[in-house]
Design a binder for this molecule. Structure first.
Ligand SMILES: NC(=O)C1=CN([C@@H]2O[C@H](COP(=O)(O)OP(=O)(O)OC[C@H]3O[C@@H](n4cnc5c(N)ncnc54)[C@H](O)[C@@H]3O)[C@@H](O)[C@H]2O)C=CC1
Ligand SMILES: O=C(O)C1=N[C@H](C(=O)O)C[C@H](O)C1
Length: 269
């Protein structure tokens, strides 16, 4: 049994992780954290998540919530995650990190903490998206340079980071498979007389609105034909189940940075 604490306990993802963890026979919730001043502080995490009383009050103290926990599941925001990683590293607790929107410098900081503790870090914990990651590598390698690559993602109007962490990872995978530097070829903006499309660039388009959970399409556009690889999330449960699977998998692993490909065994072969 892996004992977990959850940060962002009153958030969209925190609530689903807490609810679905109660259905897991491998995880046990012992701590729940929200930001200082949050109106749900002191309330039962299960009540807030809508799954009934769990006997775990939401606290603003991560140290307190980690007492008796083996690891932390963190779906918050990069700066919060990094502050939490410092606490986890000091206390020797592992982490499952789903937060997105990290700058390259922030990613490096997280990598530094992963030298001290085991961390699963993935912008998308669904099985489907991770299979898409694997397929994308294969498609890009097989097609080579003759197809223009464009990525379009759609999310709800509360999302703070753009493009999504998943879209960025998709771009990175395709760029790497084609021998390109993602940071050089990603094109986030076209406006006015910006000229013809280059063959190298990977266009990234973002749509925000309503309650869209998350949709990603990668277009490989050739002459007279195109391939579209689309993943649509219907709700947040498969992200939460992925986080739960990652937490169960992480127990006993040595310090290091792991991704969902490793958790799901998709990095083999
Ligand atoms: N990796 C994946 O599979 C997925 C990742 N995400 C990412 O997870 C993150 C959270 O997404 P949502 O749950 O939709 O956002 P949200 O805004 O609903 O939840 C974030 C929660 O973190 C809390 N928070 C802020 N500061 C805190 C602190 N210092 N300590 C504890 N809690 C704090 C907020 O009060 C809020 O309740 C985003 O970065 C999003 O992109 C979302 C879905 C899937
Ligand atoms: O903020 C969200 O909601 C989501 N964020 C992740 C991302 O940025 O890729 C994953 C998912 O698409 C939902």
């Amino acid at each position: 049994m892996t004992r977990i604490a959850v940060t962002g306990a009153a958030g969209r993802m925190g609530g689903r992780i807490i609810t679905l963890a109660t259905e897991s026979d491998q995880l046990h919730l012992v701590g729940a954290v929200e930001m200082a001043g949050h109106p749900k502080l002191g309330q039962d995490a299960g009540h807030v998540a809508g799954c009934g009383e769990l006997g775990v009050a939401i606290s603003d103290s991560l140290e307190e919530a980690l007492t008796g926990a083996d690891l932390l599941i963190d779906f918050t925001f990069p700066q919060v995650t990094l502050a939490n990683a410092a606490v986890c590293a000091r206390l020797g607790k592992g982490m499952v990190v789903g937060s997105t929107g990290f700058t390259p410098e922030e990613r490096e900081q997280l990598q530094g903490f992963a030298e001290q503790i085991p961390v699963v870090f993935a912008p998308n914990m669904s099985v489907g998206v991770n299979v898409c990651f694997k397929l994308l590598k294969e498609i890009a390698r097989t097609l080579g340079d003759g197809f223009d690559v464009e990525i379009v993602e759609l999310h709800h109007n509360k999302k703070k980071d753009s493009p999504s962490g998943t879209a960025v990872r998709m771009g990175e995978i395709v760029a790497e498979a084609l021998g390109r530097d993602y940071n050089q070829v990603a094109n986030y903006h076209r406006e006015g007389m910006c000229g013809e499309r280059t063959t190298e660039e990977i266009g990234m388009q973002t749509v925000r609105g309503g309650d869209i959970v998350g949709e990603h399409t990668v277009y490989f556009i050739g002459m007279g034909e195109r391939i579209e690889l689309t993943h649509r999330a219907m709700n947040r449960d498969m992200f939460a189940r992925g986080a739960i699977r990652a937490a169960s998998w992480l127990g006993g692993k040595p310090a290091g940075m792991y991704d969902m490909q490793a958790v799901l065994g998709l990095d083999e072969g």
